[in-house]
Design a binder for this molecule. Structure first.
Ligand code: C5P
Length: 317
């Protein structure tokens, strides 16, 4: 007995996956279905704000506590978000292990830049990243269709987060048809101090509909053609639709002044991202976006202001 402990084995290679946030330039919300989900007719687009998911095997020292999943977070929301089973990235790792019939053995780290509960699918992006990273780490032979099925089980936006680019989303959002968008569009992304939970916003959509406010914008043809034809930002501005916008503003009335402020500063359009409360301002080009971001920052009212462009490729590209 020497009194020395064996050095921990190196944890092996680390896999790192960047997963972009999504926006919904068109978000049509139908009635609730029998399963409680709402029928969607949406167009997703991945933008240049991303989280990074890294995965490596637990070291021998950690492994002595038994195999498992350890999750750590840094950046946006670290310290407030769960790092256990309640985190979608944790659930994704568990699901891959279950699919492969193996005991999970992973140290996952998510460096978060996508604002939390902001309507940008940050949690779904992390889940998509964890699916890909764990499948690569554990060398799980899994095809696109199976990966898509696991993703859909984790959440409606997770399949799109795997794919990136631009896509039509049907069903509850998980039935994807890729769109060959020609061009790049520039956004100013303004986050707010508040958060909106997705189910809360869907419930508000239902409540407003009972009062006769809002309808299902099911037709995505015009905006799909605009993306395929490389439409100008001015044209795109006229085609943006979000059936959840009234609900988000009803839940967080301060969004209205943020939106009006951005328009007054010259944004081509103000568009609530998904279920909000993040607001997207469309700019002519990158130069306009930089100037617009500065003016929106100076006005106050936003928690943080970012520049983003889309579409960008997804992690599985
Ligand atoms: O699919 P996901 O787990 O992200 O959805 C979170 C919640 O948002 C669901 O439980 C449901 O309340 C609501 N939702 C919905 N219709 C959709 C997607 C989500 O009502 N198409």
């Amino acid at each position: 007995m020497t009194g020395q402990t064996a050095p921990a084995q190196p944890a092996g290679p680390s896999i790192s996956v960047d997963v972009p946030a999504k926006i919904n330039p068109h978000l049509g919300v139908g009635d609730p279905r029998a399963d409680g989900y709402h029928a969607l007719s949406t167009v997703y687009q991945a933008i240049s704000l991303h989280d990074t998911v890294s995965a490596e095997r637990l070291s021998t020292a950690e492994g002595s506590e038994g195999p498992g999943i350890r999750l750590t977070l840094s950046g946006e929301g670290a310290g407030t978000l769960p790092t256990d089973e309640a985190n979608l990235a944790y659930q994704a790792a568990k699901l891959v292990a279950l699919y492969a019939g193996i005991e999970p053995d992973v140290r996952l780290h998510v460096n978060k830049r996508i604002p939390v509960a902001g309507g940008l699918a940050g949690g779904s992006a992390d889940a998509a990243g964890a699916l890909i990273a764990c499948a690569r780490l554990w060398e799980v032979p899994i095809g696109d269709a199976e990966l898509h099925r696991l993703a859909a089980g984790l959440g409606s936006d997770v399949p799109f987060c795997l794919k990136g680019g631009t896509a039509i989303g049907a069903g509850r959002g998980e039935e994807l048809t890729p769109v060959a968008a020609k061009g790049s569009w520039h956004w100013v992304v303004a986050t707010t101090d508040t958060q909106i939970s997705t189910p809360e916003c869907y419930k508000e959509v239902d409540r407003l509909r009972e009062d006769g406010i809002g309808r299902f914008s099911s037709d995505v043809d015009a905006i799909v053609q605009a993306f395929e034809g490389g439409a100008s930002a001015d044209e795109l501005a006229r085609l943006l639709v979000n059936d959840m916008e009234a609900a988000a503003v009803s839940l967080r009335p301060q969004l209205a002044s943020l939106m009006h402020g951005g328009l007054a500063e010259g944004a081509l359009a103000a568009h609530v991202s998904g279920s909000g409360p993040t607001v997207l301002f469309l700019a002519h080009d990158v130069k306009h976006a930089v100037a617009l971001a500065r003016r929106i920052r100076m006005r106050g009212g936003a928690r943080s202001v970012h520049l983003a462009h889309g579409p960008v490729e997804g992690p599985a590209a």
